[in-house]
Structures are given as C-alpha cells and as structure tokens.
Design a binder for this molecule. Structure first.
Ligand code: CP
Ligand code: NVA
Length: 298
C-alpha cells in the first residue's frame, strides 16, 4: 500500500521515480496508453480552499480513467465532528484512494492507517508534498538536475511549503537557504530531522547571492488569518523584487506556488517577469500528480 503523506516520509527512490515518470506523463497527455484508475472512485476531502490542487486532481483522476468525488469537509459529517478514523473506515470500504487537504498532519496519517487505501496529502499545516515534487520537476525541466544547485526560500520559512523544501534538500542533494525573520525560521529540531545542507538567515541579500532558484509563498497561510496584520508587518522586508533577483545567479528562476499577493511576498514586476515559469509550475501540478497517482496504484 503506497501513500504520499509527506516529503519527510517519502523514500528518496520513490521521489526519484515520480520525478522521472512525470515527463512522460506530460508528453503523453491525451494519448494515455493505460487507464490505471479505471473503475475507481477517488474522493478529494478538503477542509481548506483550493484552486490548483482541486482542479489538477479532479482532471488528473479523470484522465487516468477514475472518478473524482469532491467532498468539502464542511458538507460531510467530518465537519460536524465525526472522527477522521471513522470517516476513514467508512470510505475505505467504498472508494479506492483519497486525496486530503486539511490542517493537522496527523489527520492525513490517521486516514491512511484506518482506511487501508492509498492516501495523498494535498496540503496540511506541516507539508505540501505534491507542490514540492512539482516545483522540483519544473526546475529540472528548465535547468537539469537540482542536485548541487542552490535554492533560496524567502518569507515564512516555517510554513508547510518551506517544510517540504527542507525535507527534499537532503534527499535530492541541493543546498537550501531560508531567509526569514527569526520567528519564521524552522525549528532546530526540524532541521536536525531533515539533515542536508540548510542554512537560515535574516539577511535576504546574502541568502540570494548566487542562488539558482528564488522561491516564495504567501505570508499568511490558510489557518493563520488571525495573525495576518502581525505577519505582514514582520515579513515586510522579505519581498522578492527585481533588486533582490539581480543578486542571484544570472538566469536564476523565480517560482511561487500560488496564490500570489502582489506587493506583499512578491512585487508585480517580478511576478510578471517570471509568469512563464510560475504558470508552468501551476500546469505541472496536473502532470506530476498523475505520476503520483500512477505510482500509488502500481
Ligand atoms: N499551490 C496550491 O496548492 O494552490 P491551491 O491552494 O489553489 O490548491
Ligand atoms: N502556505 C500556503 C500554501 C498555499 C498553497 C498555505 O498553506 O496557505
């Protein structure tokens, strides 16, 4: 039984397998030779908003022959307090796999354990594995192997997307620099768990110097809305803009997982100058997640 619960728990070999498979999946779109999800129903159980993840999984499951079933947590009994382990035991008897977006990482892990069906983390407070697999695929599509390269993450260095980058760094052998205020840097315990070549600093200029990839994400993640004003104030000096990009390696890529808030984590000019990369990143969610689904049911 295969699950994609986190980058932390994903074996390096599986990560490399998915990344290697995604290119062919992208090329063969519309001419798929097999339908590995034929006859299967896959619910998407979402407790948070989504544009890219929802649409790419619904389209991807359909293109692989399966039937996606979107279940907003607010519309099922889960939203009224039915335990995740009971929801998992019911759905496990009816459907063939599940894609879950929620708050607690523990909920995705409990679902996988109690349902007995392949379970995919579509974002939790701790990780966003589908996003990071896609980001790495997109980088490698444009620049070749990420091993030996330098990635600089700027902004909320303690968010789910940053965490997944942290666990990817040691597995794929790239350097990761995190530029964030102290309060938004990952804990020493997490960095120790991840291993690899990772540094944290409040000096954004030093962090981007010579970088091959500059990456940012929203300053106010879903679930953190009550902290919005304080976050915007504390993170104000961590915007990705043209002056910063000029300090990176010439030809450095700028990526954003989206949605983007112009004038906050990135300015309009820098966003639009890098729109081709950013929207390829968004498109690649579809191809990489189809590779993840193929891997999960193989
Ligand atoms: N990047 C991402 O996961 O986008 P959505 O929240 O729209 O799914
Ligand atoms: N860190 C962001 C990612 C959105 C795709 C959030 O959790 O809201």
């Amino acid at each position: 039984m295969k699950h994609l619960l986190s980058i932390e728990k994903l074996a390096r070999a599986d990560m490399e397998y998915i990344l290697a498979a995604a290119g062919a999946v992208k090329q063969q779109r519309g001419h798929e030779l097999t339908q590995p999800l034929a006859g299967q129903t896959w619910p998407l159980i979402f407790s948070k908003s989504s544009t890219r993840t929802r649409v790419s999984f619904e389209v991807g499951i359909s293109e692989l022959g399966g039937r996606p079933m979107f279940l907003s947590a607010a519309d099922i009994q889960l939203g009224r307090g039915e335990p995740i382990k009971d929801t998992a035991r019911v759905l496990g008897r009816m459907v063939h796999g599940a894609v879950i977006r929620t708050f607690a990482q523990r909920d995705v892990e409990d679902f996988a354990q109690f349902s007995g069906i392949p379970t995919i983390n579509a974002l939790t407070d701790d990780e966003h594995p589908c996003q990071i697999l896609t980001d790495i695929f997109t980088f490698e599509e444009k620049r070749g192997p990420i091993a030996g390269k330098t990635v600089t993450f700027i902004g909320d260095g303690a968010c789910n997307v940053a965490n997944s980058w942290i666990f990817a760094a040691a597995k794929l052998g790239f350097e990761l620099r995190i530029a964030a205020p102290k309060a938004f840097q990952p804990t020493a315990e997490l960095l120790e768990r991840a291993g690899g070549k990772i540094s944290c600093t409040e000096d954004v200029n030093a962090a981007v110097s010579g970088a091959d990839l500059i990456y940012t994400d929203v300053w106010v993640s879903m679930g953190k809305e009550a902290e919005a004003a304080a976050r915007l104030e504390q993170l104000a000096g961590y915007q990705v803009n043209q002056a910063l990009v000029r300090r990176a390696r010439p030809g450095a890529l700028v990526m954003h997982c989206l949605p983007a808030y112009r004038g906050k984590e990135i300015d309009e000019e820098t966003f639009e100058a890098n729109a081709a990369t950013i929207f390829t990143q968004a498109e690649n969610r579809l191809h990489v997640q189809k590779a993840i689904l193929n891997w999960a049911v193989a």
